[in-house]
Ligand binder design. Structure first.
Ligand SMILES: [Ca+2]
Ligand SMILES: [Ca+2]
Length: 484
C-alpha cells in the first residue's frame, strides 16, 4: 500500500538540446583539469539560462487528452479544467506502528544510506551522508566492535561514527556532514531545529567515490562485506565493498546543489511515468543504479539523469514519514476533486515565480490520527511532473503559498456554505530553489508548531501551489512528515 499523496497532474514542451561537449588537450594536465571543470560549470550555468529562456518561448498547448488514472486534463486556453479523473491524495497504510521487537544484531539493510552528496555549491567539501532506519523498529546502536557504527568512504577512512546507545527512531534519520563546507545546515528539520549534522568530519570524499556504513567503527580489517550494512558508490568506484551493483552513473563534478536520494515512490524518478507510487519508503534492492535518483536545483544534466529537485538532508530531529496516521480529504467533499475549491487553475502568467502559464492550486483537509499532538508537519514531494518534461507533460514548480479564505460546502451538502481559511505551505529552503521545487523538495505547514500543535483528531486545511511552466498531464505525490 502506498502512503504517498497524489495531489495532481499538467503541460508545455521543453526540448533541451544536448549540449555539445568539446574536448581540448593541453600539455599541462592540471591546467586541463581545471579548465575542464570551469568549462563544465559554465555549461551548467548555460543550461540554467536555457531553462529560464525556455520559460519565455514555450507555446501554450491547447487542450490535452488524458489517459486514465492520476492524470488530469488542463485546458491552458480556457478558464476551465476539463474532465478526466482527478488525481488522488493517497494516504498510506500502516507502516505506522512498528512492532517493538528486539533485534539480536543489526543486519544489512537495517540502516541504509538514504541520501548523500560529495560536492555542492560550496565546493568539494560541501558533503553530507544521511542514514535511514529501515529496520521497521526504533534502533539502538550497538556496534559489533569499537564505539559505534562507522560511515566510511572507499579509502577506508571513517568519516562519522554513530555512537553506541544512539536511538534512531523507526523511519528516522542520522546525518553525517563535512563541517568544512556543508551548506544545508539551515534547511528546516524539527521543532526549531535545522538539518545540522548529528556527527561531522573534515576529510573530503572524492567525486564519485563510494561510501559505506558498517556495524563497527574499528575499521581496517573489520570493514568487510559481512560487516557492511549498506553502501553506495558510482560506476567509477573500483572497490566493490563501497557500492551495490555496478554503481550509480558517475557524475561530471559540477559544484551544484545536487543530491542522490533513494526512490521512495517506485518510478525511479521518471517524469513521464504516471500511476500510483508503488512504495513509500526508501528503495533498497542492493542496486545503487536502480535505487538512487539524482536531483539538483537547476535540472542540470550531469550524467546520472536530469530532473529538477532538491537535496533534503534529515537528521535525528527531523520529522518522520507518517502517511498512515495523517489522513487527507477533499476540502469540499460536496464537489469533485478537480473542481474549485478543491483544485483551482489560475491562468495569470507570472514568470518571475515560475508560473508562466499560471498556477494549479490544490487544497486538501488533513486530519491527525496519530493518537497525540502533531507539532511539526511538512510534505515531501516524492513524484511529480517537472523540468525537463517532454511535450504533453506538465512542468510543475512547487512554490510557497499564503493562506486564503474560500467558501466551501460541507455535508450535509446543499444545506449552506461556510468560509474557511486554507493555510499556505512553504517551500523549505535552503537549498535555494529559484526555479521552484521539484523532486525531494519539502513544503512546510508552518502554523503547526510546538506552541500551536494539531491535536489528535483535529484537522487543518492546506494548499499546495504549483507554478506551471508547461501545460499538459501532470502528477504530484507527496509523503507526509510529522513529529509528535
Ligand atoms: Ca567531495
Ligand atoms: Ca543496501
Amino acid at each position: 500500500m502506498i502512503e504517498s499523496l497524489c495531489v495532481f497532474c499538467l503541460v508545455l514542451g521543453l526540448g533541451i538540446s544536448a549540449s555539445a561537449k568539446t574536448r581540448k588537450k593541453s600539455k599541462n594536465r592540471k591546467e586541463v583539469a581545471a579548465r575542464k571543470l570551469a568549462r563544465q560549470e559554465r555549461e551548467a550555468a548555460m543550461r540554467q539560462s536555457l531553462l529560464l529562456a525556455l520559460y519565455q518561448t514555450n507555446a501554450v498547448t491547447g487542450d490535452f487528452s488524458t489517459n486514465s488514472g492520476q492524470q488530469i486534463r488542463v485546458r491552458s486556453n480556457s478558464s476551465q479544467l476539463t474532465g478526466g479523473a482527478a488525481a488522488e491524495l493517497l494516504l498510506g497504510s500502516g507502516l505506522e506502528s512498528a512492532a517493538p521487537g528486539i533485534r539480536p544484531a543489526v543486519a544489512a539493510g537495517d540502516l541504509i544510506i538514504s541520501e548523500f552528496r560529495v560536492r555542492g555549491p560550496s565546493g568539494m567539501n560541501d558533503e553530507f551522508i544521511e542514514i535511514y532506519n529501515a529496520s521497521g523498529a526504533d534502533h539502538t546502536v550497538a556496534a559489533v566492535s569499537g564505539s559505534g557504527y562507522g560511515i566510511a568512504a572507499s579509502d577506508g577512512v571513517t568519516r562519522c561514527s554513530i555512537p553506541n546507545g544512539t536511538v534512531i527512531p523507526n523511519r528516522g534519520h542520522y546525518l553525517c556532514v563535512n563541517s568544512l563546507a556543508y551548506s544545508l545546515a539551515s534547511y528546516p528539520a524539527g521543532n526549531g531545529t535545522t538539518a545540522t549534522g548529528d556527527a561531522s568530519y573534515t576529510a573530503d570524499i572524492p567525486d564519485n567515490a563510494g561510501i559505506a556504513i558498517f556495524n563497527n567503527n574499528t575499521g581496517g580489517a573489520s570493514y568487510t562485506l559481512a560487516n557492511r550494512l549498506d553502501a553506495v558508490g558510482s560506476s567509477a568506484e573500483a572497490n566493490t565493498l563501497y557500492k551495490e551493483g555496478t554503481g550509480y552513473p558517475a557524475l561530471v563534478p559540477f559544484s551544484i546543489d545536487y543530491s542522490f536520494y533513494r526512490d521512495n515512490c517506485g518510478k525511479g524518478g521518471s517524469i513521464t511515468t504516471f500511476g500510483n507510487c508503488t512504495i513509500d519508503t526508501p528503495k533498497d534492492t542492493n542496486n545503487n543504479a536502480a535505487d538512487f535518483i539524482f536531483v539538483d536545483t537547476n535540472g542540470t544534466s550531469a550524467g546520472a539523469g536530469q530532473r529538477l529537485g532538491a537535496p533534503g538532508p534529515e537528521n535525528l530531529s527531523s520529522p518522520i514519514q507518517r502517511n498512515s496516521s495523517i489522513s487527507n480529504a477533499l476540502l469540499d467533499p460536496c464537489v469533485g476533486k478537480a473542481s474549485p475549491p478543491n483544485q483551482v487553475r489560475d491562468f495569470t502568467s507570472d514568470p518571475p515565480n515560475n508560473s508562466t502559464f499560471g498556477t494549479l492550486d490544490i487544497r486538501r483537509t488533513f486530519t491527525n490520527n496519530t493518537g497525540g499532538n502533531v507539532t511539526r508537519l511538512r510534505f515531501r514531494v516524492v513524484d511529480l511532473t517537472t523540468f525537463p518534461a517532454p511535450s504533453g507533460i506538465a512542468d510543475l514548480r512547487p512554490r510557497t503559498s499564503t493562506s486564503v479564505v474560500v467558501t466551501v460546502d460541507r455535508p450535509p451538502c446543499g444545506s449552506g456554505t461556510s468560509n474557511i481559511t486554507v493555510v499556505g505551505t512553504t517551500l523549505e529552503q535552503p537549498p535555494s530553489q529559484p526555479n521552484g521545487g521539484g523532486f525531494n523538495s519539502s513544503l512546510g505547514a508552518g502554523t503547526v508548531t510546538l506552541g500551536t500543535p494539531l491535536a489528535n483528531g483535529a484537522s487543518i486545511d492546506l494548499r499546495f501551489l504549483l507554478g506551471i511552466q508547461q501545460t499538459g498531464n501532470f502528477k504530484f505525490y507527496v509523503n507526509v512528515e510529522a513529529l509528535p
